[in-house]
Design a protein around this ligand. Structure first.
Ligand SMILES: *[C@@H]1O[C@H](CO)[C@@H](O)[C@H](O)[C@H]1NC(C)=O
Ligand SMILES: *[C@@H]1O[C@H](CO)[C@@H](O)[C@H](O)[C@H]1NC(C)=O
Ligand SMILES: *[C@@H]1O[C@H](CO)[C@@H](O)[C@H](O)[C@H]1NC(C)=O
Ligand SMILES: *[C@@H]1O[C@H](CO)[C@@H](O)[C@H](O)[C@H]1NC(C)=O
Ligand SMILES: *[C@@H]1O[C@H](CO)[C@@H](O)[C@H](O)[C@H]1NC(C)=O
Ligand SMILES: *[C@@H]1O[C@H](CO)[C@@H](O)[C@H](O)[C@H]1NC(C)=O
Length: 499
């Protein structure tokens, strides 16, 4: 500080020193109280204004309004989301229902799931509607709407309007409208787990993209693909149905119902919330690579299963899905979840895709490699080797570079909250086996036995993390044809690091 400033300050400091014992007169005291009173009143008024302006604006002053103003929720509203809060709308056709119903009936639970298959016309008089199918409704006439996409089908209009027609049924306690195709397989427990993460009183549009980049380019990256299924929360549906019919004409040039829905939701300004468990399955060939590299998220849906190889070898498409469902029923949240572990005594790597497959590598492979999908499939439209919306690794032509693959054989309960799932060795596609000496021991393994405790669905509400595993028998294992693996939550500072 400069001396100039000090010299100015000095006289003032001295003045304060002389006022060490100030005497307050009664008149000054009264004035002080008055000022304090005014200040407090001002504060109160400001607080009141802030509080009032923060209240939501409700025009009517009835009981419901008061309840919302007091921020109270009924027990019904507070209860967490369950299957009864979902209303499914399946896009179907009376011409194809008899063949497509096999996929819907895999997940439809009469008496538990709510919803309808929407048909273009009543089924033929001589056919009775199966009790195992969702009940049907006949869609309204769409002949007044415009459709100008040269390569598409007008049925897109009818399918797009399912959300509106479902909403207009006015059913009670619907939190989510879930749309899907007649060949979509939903894993409803996981769908409920995923949706219950979101506040159904907010406007949400939840779903996933296509796996084939070409499809996301032609349609939209911003869209939830209809075959993989998507969910629209009640408040969003309420705004959507008001403008949907207008949108259908405004977006007449778009091919699909899902594009029309997304375009309309774009007018509301809501974006898709992507959930990696919805699978459009826009691929051709063997879906093994896709399924065996599932992201760390619950499996919600599978679609297009008639267009890919059966998901398990040596069985029909539907029976293969049924097999996956037997595992899913035992532990929904764990289905397709991956775990990697090493056997450092034998230098083996094991990659488990729970309920589906196990890969055994007679060498140490990085976690990064193990999490990458084998490219066993091609793109949807052009049958090219990519690009996909995720990275892939080629399947080597050298059998010694390929893992031994084991596929699900069975699952059973052990000790109440544990499961034992076992996986049987498959024959390599080439019919050959690696002849190198160091592979001989791994070749002896015929089964992999996987023990795991049941996955607690609430874990999916936390930051997702892949679970850890360990190989239970060492190199001295009694039965060299079996490898036993235990899956468990990872310990602190535990990682898949060979050391
Ligand atoms: C009460 O207010 C709510 C919210 O504004 C409204 O939805 C409801 O229809 C009203 N009920 C009556 C009886 O006016
Ligand atoms: C779902 O939750 C509601 C409360 O919102 C409850 O009444 C109903 O019993 C629950 N249903 C199932 C199947 O858990
Ligand atoms: C139902 O009737 C149609 C014609 O009316 C016929 O072509 C069809 O074969 C019949 N189906 C069955 C299951 O009887
Ligand atoms: C394929 O399935 C049939 C009948 O279930 C069975 O007999 C046959 O051994 C299986 N083949 C392979 C390679 O698993
Ligand atoms: C495992 O790999 C390490 C490092 O490559 C090597 O030193 C060790 O001898 C191998 N052990 C066996 C049993 O092959
Ligand atoms: C090893 O396990 C397999 C499969 O569980 C079984 O079939 C076989 O008999 C067992 N071998 C011995 C020696 O215990």
């Amino acid at each position: 500080m400069s001396s100039g400033v000090d010299s100015v300050r000095d006289p003032l400091d001295n003045a304060w020193k002389t006022l060490r014992f100030p005497i307050i007169k009664p008149r000054e005291l009264l004035l002080l109280f008055l000022k304090a009173g005014i200040a407090v009143s001002m504060l109160l008024i400001i607080t009141l204004f802030i509080t009032l302006y923060n209240q939501p604006f409700y025009p009517n002053n009835n009981h419901t309004t008061m309840k919302y103003m007091l921020q109270q929720k009924t027990p019904e509203e507070k209860a967490s989301t369950n299957i009864s809060h979902l209303l499914f709308g399946i896009g179907g056709s009376s011409a194809t229902w008899q063949t497509r119903r096999q996929y819907s009936e895999l997940w439809w639970r009469p008496g538990a799931t709510r919803g309808f298959v929407w048909l273009e016309s009543h089924p033929p008089d001589n056919t009775t509607w199966p009790e195992t199918s969702p009940p049907y409704r006949v869609s309204g006439d769409t002949s007044v709407f415009k459709y100008t996409c040269s390569y598409g089908s007008r049925s897109a209009i009818r399918i797009a309007r399912i959300v509106k027609e479902s909403f207009e049924l006015g059913l009670e306690n619907v939190r989510w409208f879930v749309m899907g195709d007649d060949d979509t397989v939903f894993f409803t427990d996981n769908l409920v787990t995923v949706l219950s993460k979101y506040d159904h009183n907010e406007m949400y549009y939840v779903g996933g993209n296509s796996e084939s980049v070409e499809q996301d380019v032609i349609h939209f990256y911003t869209m939830a693909f209809g075959g993989g299924g998507f969910a629209i929360s009640y408040p969003l549906a309420k705004e959507l149905v008001r403008i949907l019919d207008g949108c259908i004409d405004r977006y007449a040039e778009f091919y699909g119902s899902d594009q029309k829905i997304q375009s309309c939701i774009s007018e509301i300004g809501v974006q898709v919330t992507k959930e990696p468990g919805f699978h459009q399955v826009d691929i051709h060939g063997n879906p093994y690579g896709l399924l065996a590299a599932h992201p760390v998220a619950p499996l919600v849906s599978l679609h297009h299963l008639d267009y890919v190889d059966p998901i398990f070898p040596n069985t029909t498409r539907v029976n293969a899905v049924k097999k996956l469902i037997t595992a899913y029923k035992m532990d929904p949240g764990r289905t397709l979840q991956k775990s990697f572990c090493y056997d450092l005594r034998r230098n083996w790597s094991v990659s488990v895709s729970w309920g589906y497959s196990v890969e055994l590598y007679p060498s140490l492979r990085t976690s990064k490699e193990l999490e990458t999908a084998f490219e066993t499939f091609r793109t949807w439209r052009t049958w090219h080797d990519g690009p996909f919306t995720f990275n892939t690794r080629p399947v080597s032509v050298d059998t010694c570079e390929r893992p031994h693959v084991y596929v699900l054989d069975g699952v059973r309960n052990v000790d109440g909250d544990m499961t034992r799932s076992w996986y049987r060795k498959t024959v390599d596609a080439s019919g050959k086996e690696c002849a190198r000496e160091e592979y001989a021991r791994a070749l002896e393994v015929q089964y992999v036995d996987v023990y795991a405790s049941r996955f607690v669905p609430d874990k999916w509400k936390k930051a997702p993390r892949r679970q850890c595993c360990e190989i239970m028998d060492g190199a001295d294992g009694v039965n060299s044809s079996v490898v036993r693996v235990k899956i468990r939550g990872c310990r602190r500072f535990e990682s898949v690091t060979p050391s």
